[in-house]
Design a protein around this ligand. Structure first.
Ligand code: SF4
Length: 565
């Protein structure tokens, strides 16, 4: 009823229907079904479980709507979870192709050099180029068939605590206007109480951020560092490029001190995924990742593939790159963290989907044991971290534990470190390399005034686009009459300090033109927000030099629609 908060009780609540959250729910439902059939056949005693008591909350309008990745999938975890994947998904969905050709290039502005041999960690033989959006939809259908409760268009806005332990999540209110007043369609959020809550929100999850801070789950960890991936999906004439082609690049348009690189993946029917990843630990405050990506497409290597094609979709997403030493404590009383939200990404292999799925499966097995023992304490849920330690996740991430830290030193020095790490099982010169949060590396302007932009660029509207046109192709939509979901705690810092010290980098790093700096009287500037443009990448929450921007979920259902991305 409007105005009254309703309650729901479930066994396990999963926040986020990305690969980690969906895998958690599927594995848990599988374990419950297996348990129930063993109880029915007398092989096991005890109560039966209902898969309806697994609840998945997804902020997107539909499962898959907010899912975006390159993506080349290592199918290892998916084969373990759903052995039918190969026949059922990869053989039938047009936005999926086995990798057939794999090449790595170093780029300068006009030239490219193909590496004679791919580094072993970039060998994608046996992997699949997929649309993460379609993979999410397919996993969602599996979940529905298993009877799991799924609420789409609902975001978790607050963790619920009882005597210090997590007992669930409150969902966001709906129907509040820009001034914070109730509209005629006002509906209070729900309190969803759960024995175990699993956060699978993706990179820089807003609940995970609160929880990690509150419970100090990152004590003793390296700070998490992120990259921003910007992607476009194109349709090109069939025959322009062989389906199954994977191209990765280093170098231009990034400078040699920047972390990142580009990709182009070719799917069947002339569909091409192209994108650029930029480490969110760059130093130049006026660097603009979306602009750099537009330049990237003009390289002769890509221009010839794209110039007869057309843009279908645009999107942006951050990627946690910190690796093993940046993983927070994975569980505390009543709650676990999985997938990108915890930081399970192998940045050397440029892959995280398989780790997200596997971490979800291990969290599900831990949650199932906890349900059987009726024990949801930190001590019981700590089994999840032990399972991760004993799994192939640790085997894969331990040898790359110092990878991103090495590349903080730039491409050439970093490559030497990486080579030493490869020879020493990931150690390099020290057992553990430290790093700084990315925003701390941003350098102040030299003379206190905004310098000319380093990259001068005018989009042509055919191959290259401005942010507004790109945002249009993200299909992002929000109800305009709602409070801003970008909270700036002190806008005076923006106009008084940031303008002089950094030149307001938010107007450059946001890939969706949400932040505009408008001149007011007497030369003073003010930040103007266009929250409706937001594609939920979280870059502003991460990269703001004063850490005064907080991204909170907008009204459920708002955001991009990454169909086929
Ligand atoms: Fe990304 Fe923040 Fe811009 Fe939204 S406002 S698109 S989260 S940088």
């Amino acid at each position: 009823m409007a105005g009254e908060r309703e309650f729901l009780e479930v066994d396990v609540l999963i926040i986020g229907a990305g690969p980690a959250g969906l895998a958690t729910a599927i594995r848990l439902a599988q374990l419950m079904e297996q348990h129930n059939s063993e109880v029915d056949s007398g092989l096991r005693s005890g109560e039966k479980f209902s898969t309806e008591n697994i609840c998945v909350l997804e902020k997107g309008k539909e499962i898959g709507a907010h899912l975006l990745s390159g993506a080349v999938l290592d199918p290892r975890a998916l084969r373990e979870l759903l052995p039918e994947f190969e026949g059922d998904f990869s053989g039938k969905i047009s936005t999926c192709s086995p990798v057939r050709r794999d090449a790595v290039y170093f780029l300068t502005e006009k030239d490219s050099w193909k590496l004679p041999v791919n580094p072993p960690f970039l060998n994608n033989h046996g992997n699949y180029i997929v649309s993460l959006n379609r993979l999410g939809e397919w996993l969602g259908q599996k979940l529905e068939a298993m009877g799991v409760t799924i609420f789409t268009g609902f975001s978790g806005t607050e963790m619920l605590y009882e005597e210090g332990r997590i007992v669930g999540v409150r969902t966001g209110d709906k129907g509040i206007n820009r001034q914070g007043e109730h509209k005629s369609n006002f509906q209070s959020g729900y309190d969803i109480n759960a024995k175990v809550t699993i956060l699978a929100e993706g990179p820089r999850g807003s609940l995970a951020k609160q929880l990690i801070l509150e419970k100090r789950l990152d004590n003793g960890c390296n700070p998490q560092v992120y990259a921003l991936g910007i992607k476009e999906l194109w349709e090109v004439p069939e025959g322009s490029i062989e389906p199954g082609t994977v191209m990765h690049t280093a170098g231009w348009p990034l400078n040699l001190s920047q972390y990142g690189g580009g990709w182009l993946y070719a799917l069947p029917q002339g569909i091409v995924s192209i994108g650029l990843v930029c480490g969110l630990d760059y130093t130049d405050p006026v660097f603009d990742p979306q602009e750099a990506f537009q330049l990237f497409k003009t390289h002769p290597l890509f221009r010839k593939i794209l110039e007869q094609g057309r843009l279908l979709r645009y999107g942006a997403k951050t990627i946690p790159e910190g690796g093993w030493f940046a993983l927070p404590k994975l569980a505390t009383d009543g709650v676990m963290l999985v997938g990108d939200c915890a930081g399970f990404v192998n940045s050397r292999r440029l892959k995280g989907i398989h780790l997200a799925i596997k971490s979800g499966m291990l969290a599900a097995e831990t949650a199932f044991d906890a349900l059987r023992k009726n024990d949801f304490s930190e001590g019981q849920l700590a089994d999840y971290a032990i399972r991760v330690e004993r799994s192939w996740i640790k085997e894969e991430l331990w040898p790359v534990r110092n990878y991103h830290q090495a590349l903080e030193k730039g491409l050439f020095r970093g490559s030497l470190h990486v080579a030493m790490q490869m020879l020493s099982g990931g150690r390099g010169l020290h057992e553990r390399y430290s790093n700084r949060p990315g925003h701390e590396r941003l350098q102040k302007l030299q003379n206190g005034s905004n310098p000319p932009k380093k990259i001068r660029f005018s989009p042509d509207g055919k191959l290259t686009f401005d942010k507004q046109l790109d945002v249009y192709h993200s299909a992002t939509k929000h109800d305009e009459d709602q409070p801003s979901h970008l909270i700036i705690t002190d806008t005076n810092i923006c106009s008084e300090r940031c303008t002089a010290e950094y030149g307001n980098p938010c107007q450059y790093f946001c890939p969706a033109a949400v932040y505009e700096i408008v001149e007011e009287k007497e030369g003073l500037s003010k930040v103007h927000l266009n929250p409706s443009n937001c594609v939920h990448c979280k870059t502003c929450d991460i990269m703001d030099p004063y850490q005064i921007i907080t991204w909170v979920p907008p009204e459920g259902g708002g955001g991009p629609n990454y169909q086929n991305s």
